[in-house]
Design a protein around this ligand. Structure first.
Ligand code: 13P
Length: 259
């Protein structure tokens, strides 16, 4: 039976590195650390171009692969798109959907929902990204997050809940050094709310078990506080996942923490 992981560290390489050799080198360093973890799953989401090369190196212990996006149709005349079936065919089990950098290019909640449903239908586990662009004292950003969740998860069934992870990535916290990240207390507040919203949507207690990750300027320096005080099940890491030593440190710290 497949091991059930409680902790996750996801590498979103975005549009990096520039060539396959660098991707293999980076992945090999990450793998060395990942296989030593006790209870953490490391998900590597490279550019799709490198996915096949990396999955052929082996789906080692504690390692899974993910795509950074997918399309909602299975096949056909959709120039430039990649379907969940193709992703699954490359031995990837995860798919990031609704990343803010894709939403900034025009992806709507409705499109995110179609992608979520297609990915789930094809047996992928979805890492659904939500996050506000700014925080206001009145708390309207919380309504924004609720709407993102509701609309992205429309028509998703209770049974599919076990294939979903939510990544809270406040847009204002992405792409900086450790100081820019969201305060752990504020992360914790959102984790509680995400579980409440999921419970409202699905009306089953399993909604409270859906893993919630945090992303946005994660670095070795803020990893422990974000996970321990933010009470997340793991982290979605951008920039620092491209620096092998730093990403390995993040894996090591997350794995050492008792949730
Ligand atoms: P950074 O870790 O570079 O802030 O990126 C976060 C992110 O967007 C991961 O999906």
């Amino acid at each position: 039976m497949a091991k059930v992981y409680k902790k996750f560290v996801v590498a979103n390489w975005k549009m990096n590195p520039l060539d396959a050799d660098s991707a293999v080198k980076l992945f090999s360093a990450i793998r060395e650390q990942a296989v030593r973890a006790r209870e953490t799953l490391v998900v590597v989401a490279p550019p799709l171009l490198f996915l096949n090369t990396l999955t052929r190196l082996g789906n080692d212990k504690n390692i899974s692969f993910g795509a950074q996006n997918c399309f909602w149709e299975e096949k056909g005349a959709y120039t430039g798109e990649i379907s969940p079936t193709m992703i699954k065919g490359m031995s990837a089990d995860y798919c990031i959907v609704g990343h803010s950098e894709r939403r900034a290019l025009g992806e709507t909640n409705e499109m995110v929902n179609r992608k979520v449903r297609a990915a789930l239908r094809n047996g992928l586990t979805v890492i659904l990204c939500i996050g506000e662009s700014e925080r206001d004292a009145e708390g309207t950003y919380l309504e924004f997050l609720e709407r993102e969740l509701h609309e992205a998860l429309a028509s998703v069934t209770k049974k599919q809940l076990s294939q979903i992870l939510i990544a809270y990535e406040p847009i204002w916290a992405i792409g900086g050094s450790a100081e820019r990240s969201c305060a752990p207390r504020d992360v914790h507040e959102v984790v509680i709310l995400i579980h409440k919203f999921l419970k409202d949507i699905f009306r089953v207690s399993a909604a409270l078990e859906v893993p919630v990750l945090y992303g946005g300027s994660v670095a070795p320096e803020n990893t422990e506080k974000l996970v321990r005080e933010g009470r997340v099940n793991g982290l979605l890491v951008g920039g620092q996942s491209l620096i092998a030593a730093n990403f390995c440190k993040i894996i090591e710290i997350v794995d050492s923490l008792v949730l």
